[in-house]
Design a protein around this ligand. Structure first.
Ligand SMILES: [Zn+2]
Length: 300
């Protein structure tokens, strides 16, 4: 550590002395070189920080728990689980969701490994992840592009307000969420989903017309805002159709609430895992009387 601190100080002194002696005609290249020296010295210093600081931030404990969970995951699944997709992937769906920590693939798929090509960003957007979405549709040829927004979305809340004090990078990602100012609720969540579906329809028009791709927009309701049970995935848009009555009548929607064998929906005829029988049942949560929506802290 001492050596790193010395190098940091040396680098800093060198940079400062170089700047002090900076001739008026110092080139941009030279200035950039000095900036890089300072950055490198700071990076080395940061890397030399001791364990005590890491422990105080809680990262060590969190990493330990993640490692434990990973070991449990390995022992639960065993080598056979991974052998089915070790060499290639044949996901069933490209899924664009918000990065929000309350939205995860296990809400959509009891065994998501190898099944869902996940693209995540704030506000479940196409525009900020076009390459990833194109990869799922054009290279992995998933027949379904599922765009999942969610209730109490922090990105929607931010985009509906004044975010001019956010960093340029965050601003750039919020700029592409086109919703009215002042409305951070479910209507804006749905509007954003519909906007994303429209964008996707424009991008993948040919695939949709040819019947190779279906674009579906959905709201993941983890706080029972839509009164059909917490955790329900509500389909609100199918290839641009947003009328709930018409969506319900679509062939695509028939039998969704019935238990279905997941293996029947597999794309690749070989090299697919067999899900445990119990996990194959995909039923809706029982309908509940109108529970009062629980207030959750909002996030992205
Ligand atoms: Zn969100």
């Amino acid at each position: 550590m001492k050596q790193s601190v010395c190098r940091f100080l040396f680098g800093l002194l060198f940079a400062l002395s170089a700047q002090a002696a900076e001739p008026p005609e110092m080139s941009e290249v030279e200035k950039e070189r000095i900036r890089m020296i300072v950055k490198e010295a700071i990076r080395e210093y940061a890397a030399s920080l001791n364990d005590k600081q890491q422990q105080s931030s809680g990262a060590k404990e969190i990493l330990r728990e993640i490692s434990q969970s990973n070991r449990a995951f390995m022992s639960k699944n065993g080598p056979a689980h991974f052998s089915h997709f070790a060499d290639s992937q044949h996901p069933r769906a490209t899924v664009v969701t918000c990065s929000d920590s309350r939205v995860h693939s296990h809400a959509l798929d009891s065994t998501p490994d190898g099944d869902l090509f996940m693209v995540r960003n704030i506000g479940n957007q196409i525009a900020t992840a076009e390459g990833s979405v194109e990869y799922g549709v054009h290279h992995l040829h998933t027949p379904l592009l599922l765009i999942v927004g969610h209730v109490a979305c922090g990105a929607i809340k931010a985009a509906s307000g004044d975010y001019s004090k956010e960093s340029p990078n965050i601003q750039r990602e919020l700029d592409t969420i086109q919703i009215p100012k002042g409305d951070s609720g479910l209507a804006s969540v749905k509007l954003n989903i519909n906007n994303q579906v429209r964008l996707a329809m424009g991008k993948f028009e040919q695939e949709v017309i040819n019947g190779k791709l279906t674009v579906v927009g959905a709201v993941y309701d983890f706080n029972n805002e839509m009164r059909q049970g917490p955790g329900k995935l509500h389909i609100v848009n199918v290839n641009g159709e947003t009328n709930p009555v018409k969506i319900t009548k679509l062939d695509l929607m028939q039998g969704l609430d019935a238990p279905a064998a997941k293996t029947a929906l597999r794309r690749a005829p070989t090299a697919r895992k067999a899900a445990p029988a119990k996990a194959e049942e995909e039923t809706d949560p029982p309908e509940k009387p109108a529970d009062k929506p629980v207030k959750h802290k909002e996030g992205h």
